[in-house]
Write a protein that binds this ligand. Structure first.
Ligand code: MIC
Ligand code: SF4
Length: 653
């Protein structure tokens, strides 16, 4: 039977289940990646599984998120990660080497392979023809140990690209256009497969920009074919042997179709505070800009930064704009330096930042009060930049460079047309910052594991109670992101220390949440989160489930929940209920008592429960409403045990 690319890769890796959209399948994972901010917990969980080495074909541990913060915590985390990598056969990418997704694409990604990463932008690898999926750290730990990854067999949307991009328009504009069509919600259980005559004109970094931001729509992943362009890229990286051709069969079937004529794409911007809030740059032209930040795993390739350098060459940045550039990898910086392009950027007045996530995760470069910040990154959630009142817009490198020169939103096509940048025939390859390659997959058994005081323990979940006696500890609206639940930025350095990090759960949404939730927990009551549509958008950080679990959260009741977070909730023993009738959301208030009798039986059964709500403020009110959760047999066991680690320890899954 004719197969599309997604079907080809998934069926070649299928371990169990039927390839029927909507049903649970398990696939073999060839490669894993972690980054430091999610990696410490992933490796602590891996350690607790008691294996003597990693079993995946290739396991990578990157350090790119927490690289330059004040205090001992980052350095302690790095020392732990480095020792664990050596011990268990993981390749360790040292801080300073670059951003995980950029590096993985350059040095390890392989067409046709599967990759599971503890970072939501792992789908960047789809640019090279992989099925690359983001997941919580514990799922990655299981895959490192050779276990399969469970996912919902996806519906596949074909994105048919025709035509050619015009000068001054690039991949970021294409993905913003796709996001404006498919929006940032309602895409759970879907993968995007790009195809059509327009693909050939897109280089690998451009394809990777497009698959990278599939994460913003909540799709499981996005994938491009592997063609001659892919072969050229791999050859230029000295890895032609890793190339295989991968195209959809003629007459392959798809569940939906989205057509984009690249020749009609305009420069676009995602306006505050969502990547889905898309407008054309021409509609914003003339608006004053205070800060321009170029980089992140979306737009920090050689192609992107050379484009910027050529636009700034021989010119000066506008006197009222702050401009900073964070390259994606050491390879990119090295090549920019060799070709004199770094000099062009510096001469124009740009500040050069470390090749790491940095500004993207709000670690530094927070804008001023009410400032307008143009960024080439992928997320502009409120407060993620570190400044709640800032207005962050997501744009292409071309639009960013144009604003750097003019101080206002400018369609780059109204300036000297940016030159098209060709991929080099050979990239400069230097793998010396990847440690332990010679013991990859084997490890060095007697390596002592370094545990500084910042390395805590993974909290253990308790079995689900028979009756859930809880309090609606917080009620939030639609599109609550994991940045709302578990802030990163200045708090990121506590990722390895759950009791400390848990103090900041919902910090910017409800500063009293920690105190109230702790009091409920200590009084023997469960905390329940009540939410609107698309709860848990954004990051893969399992801390957004782990820390609430630590504070006694046992259930969420939402109108809808995003994929990675949904899986993380189950992994940490929190029941992800949805309202059967979404209007019941309006009936619940913060502080209401919510009771679900027979919870264990309900979870073992069809997952439909009746919640009894009691309100005693002012006058006493009592009412009932229905909630439900659809679970596989495996997920039921995990929840009943109180989370994946507890279930594994008891031999339950
Ligand atoms: C992000 O972009 O939000 C992050 C930081 O890379 C996260 C991972 C994390 O929270 O550590 C992600 O995208 O998964
Ligand atoms: Fe790093 Fe930003 Fe990419 Fe997340 S989105 S991996 S913080 S560069």
């Amino acid at each position: 039977m004719a197969q599309n690319i997604v079907e080809k890769i998934l069926s070649a890796h299928l371990v169990s289940g039927d390839m029927k959209p909507g049903s649970e399948i398990a696939i073999r994972i060839d490669q894993t990646l972690t980054q430091d901010a999610t990696g410490t917990m992933a490796y602590l969980q891996f350690e607790s599984m008691g294996l003597d080495r990693v079993k995946a074909d290739l396991a990578l541990s990157y350090v790119d998120h927490n690289t330059i913060q004040v205090g001992f915590e980052n350095a302690d985390d790095h020392a732990y990660l480095r020792s664990v990598a050596r011990r268990y056969g993981v390749i360790f990418s040292r801080p300073g080497n670059g951003i995980c997704h950029q590096l993985h694409l350059e040095r390890f990604g392989k067409p046709g392979a599967t990759l599971l990463g503890s970072d939501s932008h792992t789908p960047t690898g789809g640019g090279i023809g992989m099925v690359a999926i983001g997941a919580g750290g514990i799922d990655v730990a299981v895959a490192m140990g050779g276990g399969p990854f469970h996912l919902t067999c996806p519906k596949v949307t074909r994105v048919e690209l025709t035509g050619t991009l015009r000068p001054g328009v690039s991949a970021k504009d294409v993905i913003l256009k796709v996001i404006s069509a498919l929006t940032t919600q309602g895409n759970v259980g879907r993968m995007l497969e790009y195809g059509g005559a327009g693909v050939a004109g897109l280089g690998i970094p451009s394809r990777a920009t497009i698959t990278n931001m599939g994460a913003e729509m909540g799709v499981t992943t996005s994938v491009f074919p592997s063609d001659e362009t892919t072969r050229r890229f791999l050859k230029a990286q000295g890895r032609e042997a890793d190339w295989t051709e991968l195209v959809a069969d003629a007459y392959a079937g798809y569940d939906d179709l989205l057509e984009i004529d690249l020749g009609e794409v305009e420069p676009m911007a995602a306006c505050p505070h969502s990547p889905g809030n898309v407008a054309t740059v021409s509609s914003l032209a003339g608006k004053k800009v205070n800060q321009v930040l170029i980089g992140s795993c979306t737009n920090s390739s050689y192609r992107d930064l050379k484009t910027v350098a050529l636009m700034l060459r021989g010119k000066k940045i506008h006197p009222e704009v702050e401009v900073s550039i964070a390259p994606g990898s050491r390879q990119v910086v090295g090549m920019l330096a060799k070709e004199g392009l770094l000099g062009d950027l510096v001469a124009a007045g740009a500040r050069i930042l470390e090749n790491a996530c940095g500004f993207c995760i709000g670690n530094h470069m927070s804008p001023g009060t009410d400032a307008v910040s143009l960024r080439t990154s992928n997320r502009n959630f409120e407060g993620r930049s570190g400044t709640r009142s800032a207005h962050v817009y997501l744009v292409s490198p071309e639009t960013a460079a144009a604003a750097a020169l003019t101080g206002v939103f400018t369609d780059a096509r109204t300036l000297d047309a940016p030159q098209a940048v060709e991929e080099p025939p050979a990239f400069d390859v230097d793998d010396s910052m990847f440690l332990f390659r010679e013991t990859a997959g084997v490890g060095v058994a007697d390596t002592p594991i370094v545990r500084g005081p910042n390395i805590g323990e993974v909290p253990k979940g308790a079995p689900l109670p028979d009756t859930l006696d809880g309090i609606a500890a917080i009620k939030v609206g639609d599109k609550i992101t994991t940045d709302h639940i578990m802030p990163a930025g200045a708090r990121l350095k506590y990722r390895s220390n759950i009791p400390q990090y848990a103090k900041y759960v919902f910090e910017h949404v409800d500063p009293d949440f920690f105190a109230n939730a702790s009091a409920n927990r200590d009084a023997g009551l469960a905390n329940i989160i009540v939410a609107g549509e698309s709860y848990g958008q954004g990051s893969s950080r399992e801390h957004a489930a782990m820390c609430p679990m630590y504070l006694g959260v046992r259930a969420l009741i939402a109108k809808s929940i995003e994929r990675i977070h949904w899986a993380n909730l189950i992994n940490f023993g929190i029941v992800p209920f949805t309202f059967v009738n979404p209007d019941d959301y309006n009936r619940v208030r913060e502080g209401d008592s919510l009771t679900i009798p027979n919870l264990r039986e309900i979870i073992k059964g069809d997952g439909t429960a009746t919640v009894t709500l009691k309100r005693t403020q002012k006058r006493t009110i009592s009412m009932k409403f229905a909630v439900s959760v659809t679970l596989s047999e495996r997920q039921k066991k995990i929840l009943l045990h109180g989370g994946l680690l507890a279930a594994v320890a008891k031999g339950g899954v």
